[in-house]
Design a protein around this ligand. Structure first.
Ligand code: HEC
Ligand code: HEC
Length: 290
């Protein structure tokens, strides 16, 4: 009898330590991943990521309750902050950047892991969305790079002035985000760019308009002087984000609609708004709009 129990104990031990992955995989972008890497990634995931992203990768971990910005559901296979046009598959380097820098203003903090640990956990989270990732024929999106800035610090004033026009007239970012100009300035800009004067502002001109998303929750187009921008701090990072859009949300990739020069300009302008956050100057700036 004793021998029998010992045997059961031994078998349980063996089955517990049996690795989840026995075969290597090929992921999008002809990325060959060893079974060993995925098993390592699973261990790291269980230790560090599972409390929020959940046992099943569905974003419903025990620590996720009540979070204003819910952890990503990895089973959907869609991602917000790739440096690729919204909807395309991000590169591993994009995931690395998110692990290194975190997503500002959310519970997703920067992680101090070794590069091989980061790589392993990144490969592992793809296994929650095999249909999206598995297969040598699957392609990653074209990488968007912040290159050929036509302004630079020497032309900061000109960049911000142009960006303000792009934001409010050319792209009408305030159709989701809020506006930051008064009626007179808006009318003058519309006259200059479209030969149209404006006599009245929409009721929600200064409001942020919540948007539906593919994640099953509403997303907030940030007020740049008040909310935290998650994936960008510098003008270059803003250029990439505004070009790419935010995957699975209403925030479109502007690369397809306006010129690179206009995106650079609006990046400088948004950065100037972000610089007002948490300063006494913000209150005065907002007051003067009315
Ligand atoms: C304390 C909670 C928490 C922990 C722990 C956590 N995350 Fe997150 N994670 C989040 C939240 C919240 C978001 C969503 C942010 C958003 O939508 O802006 C997120 C988003 C992500 C994204 C999505 C990025 C995109 O472009 O859509 C990835 C990838 C990610 N986390 C990976 C990880 C990995 C890997 C770990 C473990 C090393 C981890 N997270 C641990 C809360 C957490
Ligand atoms: C159709 C609605 C819509 C329009 C138009 C729009 N946005 Fe957005 N934008 C959003 C939403 C929604 C988010 C929040 C996505 C999220 O993080 O969940 C967002 C987020 C952002 C972010 C923050 C990204 C981050 O890393 O947190 C920036 C910067 C931004 N938008 C800039 C712009 C600019 C500049 C324009 C105009 C050129 C613009 N948006 C037009 C809906 C829109």
């Amino acid at each position: 009898m004793k021998v029998f129990f010992n045997l059961v104990f031994l078998l349980t031990l063996i089955s517990c330590s049996k690795p989840t992955f026995v075969e290597d995989k090929v992921f999008a972008g002809s990325n060959q991943v060893k079974a060993h890497t995925l098993n390592e990634g699973e261990k790291i995931y269980k230790e560090y990521c599972m409390p929020c992203h959940g046992v099943k990768g569905d974003g419903k971990g025990f620590a996720s309750k009540g979070m204003k910005v819910p952890p990503r559901d990895f089973t959907l296979g869609i991602y917000k902050f790739g440096k690729v046009i919204s909807g395309d598959l991000p590169h591993d380097s994009d995931f690395f950047a998110i692990l290194d820098k975190g997503l500002h203003g959310t519970a997703m903090l920067p992680w101090d892991l070794h590069n091989d640990q980061k790589d392993a956990v990144i490969q592992y989270i793809k296994t929650f969305a095999m249909k999206t990732w598995e297969g040598g024929d699957k392609k990653l999106g074209d990488q968007i790079k912040a290159e050929n800035d036509p302004f630079g610090m020497a032309h900061l004033g000109a960049a911000i002035a142009k960006g303000r026009e792009v934001y409010h007239v050319t792209a009408q970012c305030q159709s989701c985000h809020r506006a930051y100009v008064n009626l007179d300035d808006f009318s003058a800009m519309s006259k200059k760019l479209n030969d149209e004067s404006v006599n009245e502002l929409d009721d929600d001109f200064y409001k942020i308009k919540l948007q539906e998303s593919e994640y099953g929750s509403l997303t907030i187009p940030p007020d740049f002087t008040w909310n935290t921008v998650r994936s960008a701090v510098t003008v270059e990072e803003l250029f990439v984000r505004i070009s790419a859009g935010v995957g699975g949300t209403a925030m479109p990739g502007w690369q397809e609609t306006i010129s690179d020069e206009e995106i650079w300009a609006v990046s400088y302008y948004v950065k100037s708004l972000m610089d007002l956050k948490d300063t006494p100057a913000r209150a005065a700036f907002i007051r003067e709009l009315k």
